[in-house]
Structures are given as structure tokens and as C-alpha cells.
Design a protein around this ligand. Structure first.
Ligand code: GUN
Length: 291
């Protein structure tokens, strides 16, 4: 029997409905709509599509949203000036600077310039530190989306062997932190799992992956995770969004569906959940800033 689908599109729709209800309640109480400012530098087609999707998702739940599109030739000083303006704007609760940035811009300096209270990506070192210490201000969007996709479909993680393939600052590293931590009132998405992080230098990657109850493919390598690397019945999460000759494909080979118990599809799995968690963080930022 083929694997069951972990339907991120359906769960995202449910959770966006929950967020829209909270936005309406805030409006009824006379509060300002949560505001997200998205900044896009240059014309990278994938980044343009991501920002468009985020902008529409914000509109759908009743947020105030502005997309700031700057030319690829923008200087670091110009970008930092825009970030400073957004930091000071009371109508903006969340700031998202779409990565990657053009070569002339020091991305780390830009990440550090975003006010931590408005850092809805959870990329600022202060917020990364709070997450690592188990007292998160925000959860990073893709890792949080992965954990919600699992837990809200009834996949328990406590005590499970979870293998994360990929160690990026955006996905693998923070996801491993969240999975391994003990859940508390301040850290409700923590999962009590036993975590292994695998990467390009891991010896016998297939054997490591076969030890997983839950396998997260976040390497950014099209269809690298093949059926022989998956224990029968395992849960497989595909974080890959690879554009191969104009077609979107994940990190998981289609043959995995014949072996796994559950698989998240691409598209329609983690992608819509990531955007939903961005909405969640922007609402949380508005609650923290405006009350
Ligand atoms: N580029 C790829 N993923 C992300 C993300 O989650 N946030 C931002 N700002 N840029 C990205």
C-alpha cells in the first residue's frame, strides 16, 4: 500500500482560518492589523514567487502587508536604511528580508540589523540564541511547519529516532534543536525526540537514514532520498524545493512512497506550512508589541 500523504496544503488552510479568526477578534477590540513588510532585492524568479505567495497569504488572513522590491544593484547602505525605517514603523510588526541577497550585500549584517522583536524569520542571533536556550521568542518558520505537520497529523515524536539530512541555518540546524528539546510552556513545539543530523560528510548515509522512525530530507539535492534508504513504514518529510528545468521537485524520490508509511508531497507539503508559520509569527509579534 502506498504511503499516506501528509497534506500541508489542507493543514495550512485550517491554521490560516484560525489565524484569520484571531485577526478579526483583534480588529473588534480596536487593535491594529498585524503588519508584515517583505523586502526583495533583485529579480531571482524563485524569490519573487516566494514573496508573492507570502504577500497573498498575508492579505488572505487580514494582515496589512507591503512588499518592498529593490533593484539588484541596491547597496548595503540603502538596504540597511530601509530596514531601519521598517524597524521604526509602528504599523510593521514583522520584517522579512528574502534570502539570498546579491553579492555586494553582507547578508549577516542585514540579519543583525532587523529588530529582534520584528524578526519573524527567527534569523537574528539573539533569537537563534533564545531558541537554542529553550526560551524562543519565535520559532523559525520551516522547522515549525515541519513539527506542526507531524504533530497535527497524529505523528508522535517523543522518544522517536529522527534523522535530519541537512544542517542549514534555516532548516536542519534549528529543526534539530526543536526536535531534541524538552517541551515546556515556553517551548511548546519542542518534541523530546532522539535526533541525528546527517550531512554531506556523513559515512553510510543510507544506513543512518534506515535507522529513522522519522526522516527529514532537507539537503536541497533533487530526489536524493531513495526507497532503499527508508525503513518500511517510516514517516518521511520532504523539505526540498528544487527547480529542475522549470519543474519543482523535492529531495525525496517518488519510489519512497512505496516503502514509507507517511510522506509529505512537494508541492503541497512543507511549503504552505512554512508560510503559515510566518503568519503565526507575525501575529505573535503584533501581540508582543501591541498587546
Ligand atoms: N529564503 C529561503 N527560505 C527563506 C526563508 O524562510 N526566509 C527568508 N527570508 N528567505 C528565505
Amino acid at each position: 500500500m502506498p504511503a499516506q500523504k501528509l497534506d500541508g496544503k489542507a493543514l495550512a488552510a485550517t491554521m490560516r482560518g484560525e489565524i484569520a479568526t484571531q485577526v478579526q477578534a483583534r480588529a473588534a477590540a480596536g487593535k491594529r492589523a498585524p503588519g508584515l513588510a517583505a523586502v526583495l532585492v533583485g529579480e531571482d524568479p524563485a524569490s519573487q514567487q516566494y514573496v508573492k505567495n507570502k504577500h497573498k497569504a498575508c492579505q488572505d488572513v487580514g494582515f496589512a502587508t507591503a512588499a518592498h522590491r529593490l533593484p539588484a544593484t541596491t547597496s548595503q547602505a540603502e538596504l540597511l536604511a530601509l530596514v531601519a525605517q521598517l524597524n521604526a514603523d509602528p504599523a510593521v510588526h514583522g520584517i522579512l528580508v528574502q534570502l539570498p541577497l546579491p553579492k555586494q550585500i553582507d547578508g549577516e549584517a542585514v540579519i543583525r540589523a532587523v529588530a529582534p522583536a520584528k524578526d519573524v524569520d527567527c534569523f537574528h542571533p539573539e533569537n537563534v540564541g533564545l531558541l537554542a536556550a529553550g526560551h524562543p521568542r519565535f520559532y523559525p518558520c520551516t522547522p515549525h511547519g515541519v513539527i506542526q505537520l507531524l504533530t497535527r497529523n497524529g505523528v508522535s515524536l517523543a522518544g522517536k529516532s529522527v534523522v535530519v539530512v541537512g544542517r542549514s541555518n534555516i532548516v536542519g540546524k534549528p529543526l534539530a534543536l526543536m526536535l531534541m528539546q524538552k517541551p515546556t510552556a515556553a517551548n511548546p513545539a519542542a518534541a523530546d525526540a532522539t535526533v541525528t543530523v546527517a550531512h554531506t560528510r556523513t559515512s553510510d548515509l543510507a544506513a543512518v537514514c534506515r535507522g529513522a522512525d522519522v526522516l527529514v530530507a532537507a539537503a536541497g539535492v533533487p530526489e536524493f532520498l531513495t526507497a532503499d534508504m527508508v525503513r518500511p513504514g517510516a514517516v518521511v518529510i520532504d523539505v526540498g524545493t528544487n527547480n529542475v528545468n522549470g519543474r519543482w521537485c523535492g529531495d525525496v524520490h517518488p519510489g519512497v512512497w512505496d516503502v514509507a508509511g507517511w510522506v509529505s508531497p512537494v508541492p503541497g507539503g512543507v511549503g504552505p506550512m512554512t508560510i503559515t508559520m510566518l503568519l503565526h509569527n507575525t501575529l505573535a509579534a503584533a501581540q508582543q508589541i501591541d498587546g
